[in-house]
Write a protein that binds this ligand. Structure first.
Ligand code: ASP
Length: 341
């Protein structure tokens, strides 16, 4: 039995500034990350597989409106939601993924079924939903994914697309406060599903969720799930559901889940590059992940981060943005969570 079992998660990276985040929002994020890590820890403590731990962690993150995946997903340019997810087992190299789904409640559970029960790896749109239906998975109306906070981000992204590109979250929050509907947002915060000072610029808003784990049997797994980027064109797919870009796991090297500007992560094949550098350059997990996030991605203006774990229980959570919602938990130890640099 491997005594180094560990789970690490992220809830997205971006322009997350301490100055524009309220104390109560900060507490809420830490509590949510802690709860998810504790659930993942339980799975591992009971001898569950890394695959079970990452599915459960990502399912919970999808159900939490604070994060851009499942309930709380961002809006497309058409005002709808399209979700992507992937999962990979480092023991067998089996993988499953879906993209552009509109009505499945938990995309990660569909991806898991693809991994387990299909000869294919990636399903898109209607085909993915037909597969999910045949598997008896839960369906919801597209409106289930709506949240007031993401709606406001979408409005801001639409209104301020050009000049807002370089603004940070503090500017965004200030602009939002100046709008007449700021009070309705406060009301929705009372309902518990909005962040009046949502600290991430919607144009730089990378709120994907993900998890990586090493189980007591010595195997690793990774899962990633997202609503994509705010105001994306209908049909746009990012790195998240692409094995090797947004998600990768191999017992021989590591498990990786990414978050950030998906187009750049795709072009850099970011998740796989961490594993490949370990295999071919014989560098540590830390060195490989650092190189991808701090050197390679910035070359093409790739912004974001990743969480990764290797079979020895090493964990790394690098990001090149102002913040990344993140945390990890080892068996028998209290979870560690963080937001800022
Ligand atoms: N990588 C995701 C995408 O491009 C976005 C994110 O990480 O928030 O769809």
């Amino acid at each position: 039995m491997n005594s180094n079992a560990v789970i690490a998660i992220h809830g997205g990276a971006g322009t997350i500034l301490r100055t524009s985040m309220s104390a109560s929002a900060e507490t809420e994020y830490h509590a949510a990350l802690n709860a998810v890590l504790s659930a993942g820890q339980r799975v591992l403590a009971e001898g569950g597989s890394a695959l079970d731990a990452v599915s459960e962690a990502v399912r919970l993150l999808e159900d939490c409106p604070l994060f851009n995946a499942g309930h709380g997903a961002v809006y497309t340019a058409a005002g709808t939601h399209e979700l992507d997810a992937a999962i990979m087992d480092g023991h067998t190299l089996d993988a499953g993924a879906i993209c552009c789904v509109k009505r499945v409640r938990n995309p990660v559970l569909v991806a898991r079924r693809v991994l387990e029960r299909s000869e294919h790896v990636l399903f898109t749109g209607e085909g993915a939903e037909a597969f999910a239906a045949a598997q008896g998975l839960e369906f919801v109306d597209n409106g289930y994914f709506d949240t007031e906070a993401r709606y406001r981000q979408w409005q801001l992204a639409r209104e301020q697309q050009r000049p807002m590109l370089d603004h940070d979250g503090a500017t965004l929050a200030a602009a939002a406060d100046a709008t007449p509907d700021a009070t309705s947002n406060a009301a929705s915060e009372a309902k518990g599903d909005a962040m009046p000072h949502e600290p991430i610029d919607p144009n730089r808003k990378f709120g994907t969720v993900g998890a990586v784990a090493l189980d007591r049997h010595g195997h690793v797994a990774a899962a990633t799930s997202t609503g994509g980027v705010t105001n994306k064109q209908v049909g746009r797919v990012g790195d998240t559901p692409l094995i090797g870009a947004g998600c990768y796991a191999d017992d021989a090297t590591c498990a990786v889940s990414t978050t950030g500007s998906g187009e750049m992560f795709m072009r850099m094949v970011a998740a796989y590059d961490v594993a490949a550098q370990m295999a071919y350059r014989r560098v540590t997990l830390e060195e490989a992940a650092h190189d991808v996030v701090m050197n390679r991605l910035p070359r093409i203006d790739g912004r974001g981060g990743l969480v990764a774990v290797d079979v020895h229980g090493n964990v790394t959570l690098p990001f090149n943005t102002e913040g990344m919602y993140r945390g990890f938990a080892r068996l028998g130890e209290a979870p560690v969570t963080a937001i800022y640099r």
